[in-house]
Design a binder for this molecule. Structure first.
Ligand SMILES: Nc1ncnc2c1ncn2[C@@H]1O[C@H](COP(=O)(O)OP(=O)(O)OP(=O)(O)O)[C@@H](O)[C@H]1O
Length: 488
């Protein structure tokens, strides 16, 4: 069924998130919606899924003017969304998650339906496995099959390749193409231009809440970039190499529990001023490594030494890491780093108050205004952090960071950011931090690691399988190490 947006506008108080947006996504096609952070993509999709009401305009589905007052109405019309974060129940099994929202109650029938759909799309899923033990990519596969089983005819995907491995991408893309060929209408929101261009039949660009471009495949990337940003963004300079050779983080025979297999027998030395990129498939150990250095996870065996001090195996480890000027920015901004419900200004109050009860709202307000200006945050001091777009949440996190940090641990720092915002983050790290600040970051984008790091650690199944200066390695060697293979 065709989905037609006609002259859609949406205002949040004085903010115009969408102004007169019109586009048609045709049945049997994949239609990409792209645009910089804060362009209005999520708002448009939230209107289609009934999570938000439009201020004006019309939505036609299969030529019919439809009311989308709540998510239930949207689901009844066959509209389903695959979210960036898995929206499942990790303690339940694959089969139990698959059964959510289906009227079918017979376990055996559901099991057969799950297995036959999985076979059709080439997914390998064990119905009895606990979902909490699966990778993001596998959880996404269950959700996709659940939506198909629930008779979804209009499928919305929000950044579907964030957090999944290149191999899982190779399985997902043909599955999406097959669904479109079967007549489904697919709307894809993404920042990854190359991916969008290879997958989509048509593309619409939003800029400042307005439609600025529409085209059909094949796409011309410079034209898309200009429509998204007004001009082609320039590449950011690399962070100049600046290691002093002084060890600041030493892991000795560390074994730790964490994502999937945790870490096993991990040994490494990080020296002051290095920029280290952590690569690996989702759940291979990078996240546990960053949390160990931040004192948020403690080892089962071995020692973690930070700036010459052994971190204790207690909750005090994170306080000690903070005292030693170590800062950590997790990938999940709203679950682990910001408070979705409270304002930008309250975040500054919380940061300033430290261990004291009192704080000055006047000072916090002033600091907030300064940060909004310096970090170009698109939002007002009183806006809740959860209402900011992904890119602006990342800017807020950087604004809250202690600029005196000696060790910066960044989990996928450009996750969900458009090209220009991603470059802005690296520009900020390069220009605003002291040259001795050590940066350890993880990223699923090998190009980002190759460009910005001095050194790379590659993780596979909880082991560091490659530790190399960037200049001494290559894309192919790293990709093979990530898969647990030695490049010949
Ligand atoms: N509930 C809300 N209250 C106030 N403003 C909002 C709300 N939701 C979105 N906005 C504003 O609307 C604009 C569009 O946001 P939206 O999240 O749709 O952008 P986006 O293109 O999806 O961005 P991103 O790529 O960063 O996710 C932004 O300026 C955002 O701050």
């Amino acid at each position: 069924m065709d989905v037609e947006f006609q002259h859609i506008s949406k205002h949040f108080g004085s903010v115009s998130a969408l102004t007169d947006v019109s586009l048609t996504a045709h049945s049997g096609t994949i239609h990409g919606i792209i645009g910089e952070n804060g362009a209005g993509k999520s708002t448009l999709m939230k209107i289609l899924t009934g999570y938000q009401s439009k201020s004006s305009g019309t939505i036609l589905i299969g030529g019919q003017d439809v009311k989308l007052d709540n998510p239930r109405q949207a689901a009844r019309l066959g509209i389903g969304m695959l979210y960036q974060e898995p929206m499942d129940f990790p303690p339940l099994s694959v089969l139990e998650n698959f059964s959510l929202g289906t009227p079918e109650r017979k376990d055996q029938k559901l099991r057969l339906a799950l297995l036959s759909l999985a076979t059709r799309f080439g997914f390998h899923l064990d119905p009895d496995r606990c979902v909490g033990r699966l990778t993001v990519g596998e959880r996404q596969q269950i959700e996709l099959l659940r939506l198909i089983h629930c008779k979804t005819r209009i499928l919305i995907l929000d950044e579907p390749t964030t957090g999944i491995s290149p191999a899982q991408k190779e399985v997902l893309f043909p599955a999406l193409k097959r669904l479109a060929a079967d007549g489904m209408t697919i709307l894809l929101v993404s920042h990854k231009l190359e991916e969008v261009a290879s997958l989509c039949d048509e593309l619409t660009v939003l800029r400042h809440g307005r439609t600025t471009h529409h085209s059909a495949a094949p796409f011309y990337l410079p034209e898309l970039l200009t429509a998204m940003f007004g001009a082609i963004p320039e590449q950011t300079d690399k962070i100049p190499k600046r290691s002093t050779g002084e060890p600041i983080l030493v892991l000795e025979d560390v074994e730790a529990a964490g994502e999937r297999l945790g870490l096993q027998q991990c040994n490494t030395i990080v020296t002051e001023g290095e920029v280290i990129g952590l690569a690996g498939l989702d759940g291979a150990g990078q996240s546990t490594f960053l949390r160990l250095a931040a004192g948020l996870t403690t080892p089962i065996e071995g020692t973690v030494k930070l700036f010459g001090e052994n971190l204790p195996r207690t909750i005090n480890a994170s306080l000690q890491a903070q005292r030693l000027k170590t800062s950590f920015i997790p990938a999940d901004r709203l679950e682990e780093a910001l408070f979705a419900e409270i304002s930008i200004s309250d975040h500054f109050s919380l940061r300033r108050s430290g261990n004291t009860f009192w704080h000055s709202t006047k000072t916090s307000r002033r600091l907030t205004q300064e940060a909004i200006a310096q970090f170009s945050i698109k939002g007002q001091a009183e806006d809740a952090a959860g209402d900011l777009s992904g890119g602006n949440q990342q800017r807020l996190l950087l604004a809250l960071l202690d600029p005196q940090s000696r060790l910066l641990l960044l989990e996928n720092p450009t996750r969900g950011l458009d090209i220009r915002s991603g470059q802005w983050v690296w520009n900020y790290l390069r220009s605003e931090l002291s040259p001795e600040t050590t940066i350890i970051f993880s990223s699923p984008e090998l190009d980002e690691i190759l460009y910005y790091s001095d050194r790379i650690l590659v993780f596979h199944d909880g082991d560091i399988v490659l530790d190399s200066a960037i200049l001494n390695t290559s894309h192919d060697v790293i990709a093979a190490a990530m898969m647990g293979m030695q490049e010949q």
